[in-house]
Design a protein around this ligand. Structure first.
Ligand code: KG4
Ligand code: ZN
Length: 311
């Protein structure tokens, strides 16, 4: 739950992580996730208003994620938003989760405006997007199989790192050397991604190695990270060359990755201004949904887990 002023200034952004709830299961359990939302949202709402020093009557719009996502969680969120909207007499808008990730970048430099080129890398998406204007998105590249975050999560499991995998891979990779255990770098024509071959390469390498020691596991994490990051940025580079654009945004949970943050700046260079949201706004949060609701136009708040970019 967040309170955002004028779509730009974060007055409160309260995040309740469910990591501890799901850890024992090795991944997100949808039913538990939805129930936890239901139990916690009222208290989190109070906290957000308190932190922002705001009353309901200070609010002019309620924005809620309508999709893509887990249907149980979306229903809890949109249901609560509908209730608040009716009780407080405040208009309600539904927000596409993926647009939200791009709008997280608008919360950083106050003058960032479309047109922009976006790379959205999350647990379920690896998308290259052109955004000519607020609320307009054209997907120019996406993954054929796994998303980048999903690939990190699966690799983490293979390396025995548990859940959540992305941050654990990031930490382990910092003490590894990719050159000692090089893995293939996925490289397709055009702007599409594919990470399933890389995943299989890691699986076979682990099989060949038997019981790798800690250093070798760190080297493998580093090699996997390099391959994912360079593949992501190769296409961003290509897209920027094909159609130059002064603003580039790299966002979504995987944009918290240390190597991606460093290399993205090097790859974009001085061709454009690169904006990557601060870490706490890369992974899922409500402030980005508020910003997207403010700028992105009006949509019904009906939960729809299957939404694509145009929804
Ligand atoms: O955007 P997000 O918070 O949730 C979705 O919309 O999916 O992204 C979560 C994804 C997970 O797959 C997680 O492992 C990955 O982002 N992630 C990372 C890092 N932090 C989160 N991947 C690599 N390095 C990180 N530091
Ligand atoms: Zn997300």
């Amino acid at each position: 739950m967040a309170v955002v002023e004028d779509g730009r200034r974060v007055r409160a952004n309260v995040i309740h992580s469910q990591v501890d709830l799901h850890r024992g299961f090795g991944g997100v359990v949808p039913e538990l996730a939805a129930r936890d939302h239901l139990e916690r949202l009222p208290r989190i709402l109070d906290l957000a208003l308190e932190q922002a020093g705001a009353r309901p009557s200070d609010l002019s719009l309620i924005a809620a994620t309508r999709g893509p996502g887990l249907v149980g969680c979306l229903l809890v969120g949109t249901g609560m938003a509908e209730g608040l909207s009716a009780a407080w007499g405040i208009p309600l808008t539904g927000v596409n989760h993926l647009w939200g990730h791009i709008y997280a970048a608008m919360l950083a430099p106050p003058d960032l405006e479309p047109p922009l080129l976006g790379l959205v890398v999350s647990g379920a998406h690896s998308d290259l997007v052109r955004m000519p204007a607020h609320g307009q998105f054209e997907v120019i590249g996406r993954t054929r199989d796994d998303a980048a975050g999903e690939a990190f999560d699966k690799a983490a499991r293979m390396l025995g790192l548990g859940y959540p995998g992305g941050p654990a891979m990031d930490r382990l990779a910092r003490s590894g050397d990719a050159r000692r255990q090089p893995l293939p770098r996925p490289s397709l024509e055009g702007l599409e991604y594919s990470f399933s071959g890389l995943k299989t390469a890691l699986l076979y390498r682990l099989r060949d190695l038997g019981e790798p020691d800690d250093q070798t596991r760190a080297d493998l994490a580093a090699a996997f990270e390099v391959s994912v990051v360079e593949s992501l940025l190769e296409k961003l580079d290509r897209a920027l060359d094909a159609e130059p654009c002064r603003e580039v945004v790299v966002c979504g949970g995987v944009a918290a990755n240390t190597l991606l943050r460093k290399r993205a700046q090097e790859v974009v260079g001085d061709r454009a201004r690169l904006t990557m949201p601060p870490l706490e706004l890369c992974t899922d949060n409500a402030a980005m949904i508020a910003a997207a609701g403010f700028f992105g136009g009006v949509h019904p708040a009906t939960a729809d887990p299957s939404l694509g970019w145009d929804g």
